[in-house]
Design a protein around this ligand. Sequence first.
Ligand code: SF4
Length: 262
Amino acid sequence: MTKGYITEIFSSFQGEGPYAGRRQIFARFAGCPLSCFYCDTSYARDPRPRFCNVLFLDKKTCIKRNPLSTNEVMDYVKELLTPDLHSICYTGGEPLSSTAFVKEIAKEAKSMNFKNFMETGGYSAGAFASLADYFDFASVDIKLRNHRAVEEKDYDKLYSNELECIRIAVDRGIETIVKVVVVKNTALGEIERICKDLSDFDIKFVLQPVTPHQRNNEDATGGTQIDIVPSVKELFELSEAAGLYLPEVMVIPQLHKLMGIH
Ligand code: SF4
């Protein structure tokens, strides 16, 4: 049986995209090869955390020693079950960094009739292809150049992997959401080009205005985070640009941040 590293397991509402407000059990897998400047889960980028925090429904937190087995993860999932559950959300960090472990958990969850929801930055189409059959929903991010997720020289490779993950998800009948985090002065042309590339796919497209960090109010360039939030006028323009190519375009901020929940 595969073992792996998880940062935290908890029950909450989905905070992003068209399923915002749906109850999910979140498994936040450890490690991420990207480095988005707006990252709000940088604590989950350590690939080998010693402990996993399990937040139970009575609000008690148990600290479990990593790595965890699939059986242990499924035991926690059963303890976190609520009548309103929509799905298990595999998030991060980056779940594709733990491919074999994620696949084993997703397979087990599927055999128990849970629905599986993947949140990924889409950095490896090969990893995604190997586990996509166990997923019902996939939310794939497209990173913009100014997100600094990778070095400039590696951006085209990241972008083509993201597009390939989306193609695989759609081909395999997975309900597919594509999310782009947008900051102030996001170029209309860049969003138009991405949407043109996506125009053959049956997807829901989400523009998510960046949420300023609450803990650290400065971005990597020393500017204040509040300076990077796009205006409503910009969001209208970006949405209209996306709508030229895609039928299902939505602008949705992070609900969990507005609600002040995990
Ligand atoms: S892909 Fe997600 S976890 Fe990784 S750096 Fe970007 S925002 Fe953070």
